[in-house]
Design a protein around this ligand. Structure first.
Ligand SMILES: Nc1nc2c(ncn2[C@@H]2O[C@H](COP(=O)(O)OP(=O)(O)OP(=O)(O)O)[C@@H](O)[C@H]2O)c(=O)[nH]1
Ligand SMILES: [Mg+2]
Length: 650
């Protein structure tokens, strides 16, 4: 019979409660079978948690309990109270002294693991009422039981003390991107049949096919001594523990390599505010057009690139050398224009010099030379060297100077968390977000692009509850919204303190990086990527930028009606309608479907099979121009796929 079952008496005497109470199961009662109530029932919300006992030796359960502790601390803005020896309904659990001591010890370890502290312990001894009342058998029933009230505080304010670096992992399908992240995250090598990549998979179909289909982010933490904090031996640590215990956090963004997921890959690169891009090339199969696309997109966005030739185990030397030569050729193409240096710390025997060279090539304003290494994630060749490079990479984007600006939080994703409500994941592009702060989000999908009032309830940074997050952090915010209001939340919206103006039309200085006899003129509707905003936009006007005048070409044989009634070089002069690589143009865009929040200075990118362009927003224009707006035809989806009007096909 378990000591937690009612009537745990033998021969009319109370059996000493020696057994450890299980985490689940029926509660202990008085010998009469009755419960002994002392407190109000526990509430799901708030910073007070009741625990019967903390006597588990199951690591997963301890992890869950620690996450719950983080939640209670967040609810109390950094302060929580644990009542040990009390059931969820407020009744006594009748814990013995030994059980209480062990529970306190486990709570202490949990508190330590998230760098919080126990500020006070109030231990109370009591007897069962029926024991006290029973005069005759007082001696037999004088056993003492305990409950305790433990006060806990978290001193974690914000994430300013951590270096948080964001790096995309791109490359052709099966190049080993997910495997690379899995190996770094778990500290365990791959078996060559996909064992390591399971640590990065998000969907069940990805696990069954092995193919990444969505962009996912994985955090690798570095402790002050340079070791990885994601695991202790074979035991994986939870994300909040990794965040707490690291001085440097590296977010690795796993991108999809298959061509059919190219748009999701582009979105991943353009929206993730990346510091660096790691491009993997399969040494055995060489470069492909997807390697080209990925290298091109990263260099268009001026993200420093590092190359990894993967799968060198079992790759013949001649094949490896051929892949290296193919890559060098590819890098010379007009839309990339970079060189490559292959570092081999093993041959040279000088790891420190190779490390310095790699960091030097990556830490430049405009990267010219891409450092490359060869790796095997099965045999572990150069994996440690890769880890060392990642450990010492400096932060490229400097957002710390933006923390005193007005709040600008860009929404990337919406989650509906049971018991919490709508939670938005996004990036703090400026200012500071504090819990309980009132703000507005939008623009919502109506003509005026209105904003809706809301309050930030709680904030999580890498699942760690915090009081505030500052510019440069990705974070999750729980918002106070009704069901109806939550329906309006979508990616690309912003959360601000005061209502900004939604933008329908704007001017951008666009640099054409690649084009194949394609005219950019009024009516052309590319699919734009502006941070997390993704929408087709119609070109209303095309004006050449002076410096770029001589490069505007004569490739548009028949002017379209739209180009004739619109001012500007690209419109008024049909001969000047086509732009060549290297050309620069001032283009007026009009979002095709809804207003968005964009600002001057934001980087803008568009690409399709025939044209690639990148630029910066230079001017925000009024919602409607006096001239007749040029409307696109077709659905947003069609434009996304097509995004181009080829002059030759007209
Ligand atoms: N022998 C060997 N196999 C590897 C190595 N790296 C990865 N693999 C294997 O290559 C296969 C593909 O690896 P993934 O990590 O899924 O490739 P991916 O680039 O993420 O592929 P997508 O997500 O489809 O774009 C898996 O079976 C891995 O086990 C390596 O260094 N050596
Ligand atoms: Mg993958």
């Amino acid at each position: 019979m378990s000591a937690f079952e009612p009537n745990a008496s033998v021969d009319g005497k109370v059996k000493a409660i020696n057994e450890m109470p299980p985490p689940h199961g029926p509660p202990r009662t008085l010998r009469s079978g009755k419960r002994s109530k002392s407190f109000e029932a526990e509430k799901d919300e708030g910073n007070v948690e009741y625990k019967r006992a903390l006597l588990s030796d199951d690591f997963e359960r301890i992890d869950r309990l620690t996450t719950q502790l983080s939640y209670r601390l967040a609810e109390g803005n950094g302060a929580a109270q644990y009542r040990l020896g009390i059931e969820d309904d407020g009744c006594f659990s009748f814990l013995t002294l030994e059980e209480m001591e062990k529970s306190l010890l486990q709570l202490e370890l949990m508190v330590e693991s998230i760098s919080a502290v126990i500020t006070n312990v109030e231990k109370v001894a009591y007897h069962k009422e029926e024991d006290v009342q029973s005069e005759d058998s007082k001696k037999l029933f004088e056993e003492e039981y305990y409950h305790a009230c433990v006060s806990i505080e978290s001193h974690y304010d914000d994430s300013t003390s951590r270096t948080d670096i964001r790096m995309a992992v791109a490359g052709n399908v099966d190049a080993g991107k997910s495997t690379c992240i899995g190996v770094l995250k778990t500290g365990t090598l791959d078996n060559g049949r996909g064992s390591a990549r399971t640590a990065t998979m998000v969907h069940a179909h990805e696990i069954s096919t092995g193919r990444t289909s969505t962009t996912s982010s994985h955090v690798v933490g570095f402790k002050p001594d340079g070791t990885i904090s994601n695991y202790d031996g074979v035991r994986a640590n939870s994300l909040d523990q990794v965040t707490k215990n690291s001085v440097r956090l590296l977010s690795l963004i796993d991108l999809a390599g298959h061509e059919k997921y190219l748009r999701s890959m582009i979105y991943g690169v353009s929206s993730s505010l990346l510091d660096y891009c790691l491009v993997l090339v399969n040494s055995r199969s060489g470069v492909t057009h997807m390697t080209h696309h990925h290298l091109c997109i990263a260099s268009m966005l001026r993200i420093p690139i590092m190359l990894v030739f993967s799968k060198i185990d079992g790759c013949p030397d001649h094949r490896f050398n051929q892949t290296v030569e193919e890559t060098k050729e590819l890098l010379k193409s007009q839309d990339i224009r970079k060189k490559m240096t292959l570092l081999n710390p093993q041959i040279s025997g000088n790891k420190e010099a190779a490390l310095k060279t790699a960091l030097g090539f990556l830490n430049t304003e405009r990267q010219v030379v891409i450092p490359a290494i060869s790796c095997s994630f099965v045999e572990g060749t150069n994996v440690d060297f890769l880890r060392r490079i990642l450990r010492f990479l400096p932060k490229r984007r400097r957002h710390s100077s933006k923390k005193d600006l007005p709040l600008e939080f860009i929404i990337e994703r919406l989650y509906n968390v049971p018991g919490v409500g709508p939670v938005v994941l996004g990036f703090v592009n400026g200012g500071t977000v504090n819990a309980n702060r009132q703000c507005v989000f939008g623009p919502i999908q109506n003509d005026g692009g209105d904003f809706i009032k809301t309050t930030v309830k709680t904030i999580h940074y890498n699942t760690l509850p915090v009081k505030s997050v500052i510019a440069g952090n990705f974070a999750c915010l729980a918002l106070k919204l009704s069901k109806e209001q939550a329906k309006h939340v979508r990616r690309g919206q912003v959360l601000m303190e005061t209502q900004p103006k939604a933008v329908r039309r704007f001017k951008a200085r666009i640099n054409i990086i690649y084009s194949m006899h394609t005219s950019i003129r009024p009516g052309y509707t590319p699919y734009l990527h502006i941070l997390m905003v993704r929408q087709s936009a119609v070109v209303e006007k095309c004006e050449p930028v002076e410096a770029a005048m001589p490069t505007i070409t004569d490739a548009s044989p028949t002017p379209t009606p739209a180009s004739q009634d619109t001012a500007g070089a690209g419109a008024g002069n049909p001969k000047a309608a086509s732009l060549r690589p290297g050309d620069m143009s001032l283009i007026t865009f009009r979002f095709a479907y809804r207003p968005e929040f964009v600002r001057t200075g934001m980087r803008i990118m568009f690409r399709d099979g025939k044209v690639k362009g990148i630029g910066v927003i230079t001017e925000i224009l009024p919602m409607e121009d006096s001239a007749e707006p040029i409307s696109p035809t077709g659905t947003e989806e069609q434009f996304a796929q097509m995004g181009v009007h080829d002059s030759k096909s007209k």
